[in-house]
Write a protein that binds this ligand. Structure first.
Ligand SMILES: O=C(O)CNC(=O)[C@H](CS)NC(=O)CCC(=O)C(=O)O
Length: 275
């Protein structure tokens, strides 16, 4: 077995039915050739990309059962899994857009709840996006240790808020995950430059597994799942079709980049200067 850790992003075109989306994931994992420690990353709302947030809310009540099944997949394949987002019930008719990280024993090692909610009007023929209708915003920054390096969790629209990523890197993050379901209009304009900016500023690997294509719920998403190096280089781009991409992770190279250009040490806007 190789020892070089690798990351995989599964780009999906999720439909509304969790059974179908879960079966798709299971199949993709069967097809993976796992020859070294592997972190598999899934897109936002991979389990169910519903017609309405009321539908997502209804499904959220039974979503823990899918997490139990994910635990078995992790054990079976010996992989770590960053499960994009799954709606998990909060209270009073609201849910968290929860990003759960599982290890190769099937244990939950972290849960991040999407902080920035997409209440935005986009000129894409839609009536606008109002994510906060049924989603409750998370509050906590989550960075967790792993065999791949320290992982900082975020979701989709979060990518526009650089402060979150600076907090994560202050907490030691080396890999940043950005599971997404970007609109086509904002994806064309902003997706890659935003992700590259986050990678370059923080000198972290960025793994952004995305939804793509025309979905059963009528939405269209941008695709182009990306794996970026801590130098901002595109290591893999999934393009438009559902696809699996992968890259090795080299923390020695990450350290060299940080040593030669110590922007994290040079930064005059760290929280320690303001406390
Ligand atoms: O609603 C679901 O089921 C899945 N969630 C999403 O699609 C979310 C909230 S509507 N989308 C985004 O955050 C897009 C951000 C974006 O496109 C941008 O920042 O430009």
């Amino acid at each position: 077995m190789r020892t070089v850790p690798q990351v995989v992003a599964i780009q999906m075109c999720s439909g509304v039915d969790p059974e179908v989306n879960f079966a798709y994931l299971s199949k993709q994992l069967e097809l993976l050739e796992i020859s070294s420690p592997t972190l598999v990353c899934l897109p936002e709302s991979w389990l169910a990309f519903s017609h309405t947030s009321s539908d997502t809310l209804a499904l959220s009540e039974s979503n823990w059962q899918w997490i139990e099944k994910l635990k078995l997949l992790c054990q079976h394949h010996g992989i770590w899994l960053a499960a994009g987002t799954i709606a998990l019930p909060y209270k009073d008719g609201q849910y968290y857009a929860a990003s759960i990280l599982l290890n190769d024993k099937g244990n939950i090692v972290a849960q991040y709840n999407k902080i920035h909610l997409f209440d935005v009007d986009v000129d894409d023929g839609s009536t606008g996006y109002r994510e906060s209708t049924h989603t409750v915003a998370g509050r906590d920054v989550v960075v967790v240790d792993s065999p791949f390096g320290k992982i900082g969790l975020s979701v989709c629209y979060d990518v526009r808020f650089a402060g979150l990523y600076h907090m994560m890197v202050e907490q030691g993050a080396q890999l940043l995950l950005v599971p997404s379901a970007f609109t086509v209009v904002t994806g064309v304009a902003h997706w890659q430059p935003l992700l590259q900016a986050r990678a370059i500023e923080t000198q972290c690997y960025v793994i952004a597994a995305a939804q793509t294509g025309v979905h059963e719920n009528g939405r269209k998403t941008f695709g182009h799942s990306l794996i970026l190096s801590p130098w901002g280089t595109v290591l893999a781009d999934a393009g438009k079709a559902p696809k699996v991409i992968q890259s090795d992770i080299d923390l020695v190279e990450l350290m060299q980049i940080r040593t030669k250009m110590p922007v994290l040490a040079h930064n005059r806007f760290k929280s320690e200067f303001y406390e």
